[in-house]
Design a protein around this ligand. Sequence first.
Ligand code: CAO
Length: 570
Amino acid sequence: MTHQTIVVPDIGGAEGAEVVELLVAVGDAIELEQSLIVLESDKASMEIPASHAGVVVELKMAVGDQLSEGDAILVLDTSAADGDNAEASHEEALSTDQSAVSTDADLASVQRVDEGSQGAAVSVDLEASADQVVSEQIVEVPDIGTDGDVEVVELCVSVGDMIGEGDSVVVLESDKASMEVPSPAAGEVLELLIAEGASVTQGAALIKLSVAGGSLPAMAATPAGATAADSTDTTVKTSPPVAEANPAPQVSAPKVSAQPSLSASDEASDLYVGPAVRKLAREFGVDLKAVKGSGPKGRIVKEDLQAYVSQRLADPATRAVSVGSGIPEVAEIDFSKFGPVRHEERSRIDKVTATNMSKSWLNVPHVTQFDDADITDLEAFRSSLKAEAEQRGSKLSPVPFIIKAVAIALNANPKLKSSLAEQGDMLVYKDYCHIGMAVDTPNGLVVPVIRDADKKSIWALSDEIRELAAKAKDKKLKPDEMQGAVFTVSSLGNIGGRGFTPIVNTPEVGILGVSKASTQPVWDGSAFQPRTLLPVSLSYDHRVVNGGDAGRFLTYLVTLLSDIRQLALN
Ligand code: CAO
């Protein structure tokens, strides 16, 4: 059995950094580079990675202890991982203390010995104590798999930021992908060498970084065959990912999670939070100051961030703001001040409908156009079919005629059944004609979908409408029976009303409201005639449908409904 004591590496000269989190326990099998503990100094929090793989046999410290460089963290049994640790053993052979693992400084000297043996490329400066050397590194655009220009769409750091190794420096975007460029080393951002919006190629300088302790990544990034003169220059050019250039296995510099990384004004550096969680927070655009930590000493762990994001997403106020409405919240009122009240939990359907309606109302610029269809002939025809309908065990309302006419009018005006795509840059035209039909049920509004309504006879449509409406009322609709509509019809004809402005069921771009038909006096040029008029209202998404499109669609629809022969011909 080979025991290996893991000690605190160079942590930038910090004395008495507190152990705020233990990330492993006795018996755990750990991998090389796996984070063992989190140390918190007055300046930064850092995860200490394992310099060897193995099984934890003893913990040498506890949460709350103050540790400095060289203090023991834990003892590992490395016998099972001897292959992985082969190179680490090489380091031990070079160390005078066989039981202790190398610190960063030790590793640096090991590497220098190796480099030195390959050719006198090591300078006297670099042999100085690692923690006294502060080198400057230029972080460049790495190999991004394209020779062409890519755009700097986001600068993730500001001058003065303390960043950790792997923290994103900039976000680049080509016409195919966007990618974050990670910092190859921990350090302080001295200078931004690029501005947002700039076009760059591989090798372009992004930021200048001050790296304390003459860090390994910087050295490893020195081009092979560098001369002594190159090496004495403490400004080292570095292209990420530098870590890949390091001979493995090697203990990394502690991952220093640093100072403000969300924004310049962010005081997140005062928070207990590791670099991985900081990175995640940055990706979500979350201000860590708003997140409550549940870890030791209030440390913010990944689960805290996830809970915070879930809670914000569920918050109706956030949802309203997230669509850019900027609408102030409506304050809740205690109505019991004015009289007796009852509270009733809303059905799931009602709540979903409320969300969808708000989404549509806030996102879609609505216009509603009104008209009346003269359905006198249609009603006479429908009455003539009453006996036949009864014979078929069916009942013919105006709705199947309306659905059929809408399908024909949609095919003649395909924009009315299109949808926006790619942030509004594209229209998706659909070569099918599935129509949604709003059904009023005790549980709330449900919209089953009649598939290929343009291809079905009035009788078939009538049967399907009745069947779907019954299923909707009995909560028997399957999910696929409520999907795929290109347009919706909302008929309140059986209830009443002279007209209404339905809300578009986005991503559809149009909806037809049907009100109650009534007999009205209509001037025929010489006299008033009693005619049955059906009020219809078309709401449309004015981002897609303009007044001309809507006018043509509605006029054609009204013509179809008014002239039963036209409907029969289609
Ligand atoms: N004008 C006058 N009478 C109408 C009519 C209209 N536009 N539409 C239907 N009617 C009559 C029918 O002819 C029938 O009368 P008869 O029995 O005398 O023939 C009566 O109203 C009842 O019809 P129905 O309810 O059996 O069937 P329907 O085909 O008219 O409607 C359905 C089916 C599912 C659309 C309806 O039941 C429904 O749920 N409507 C509400 C939709 C809704 O809530 N929309 C609002 C959504 S929020 O924007």
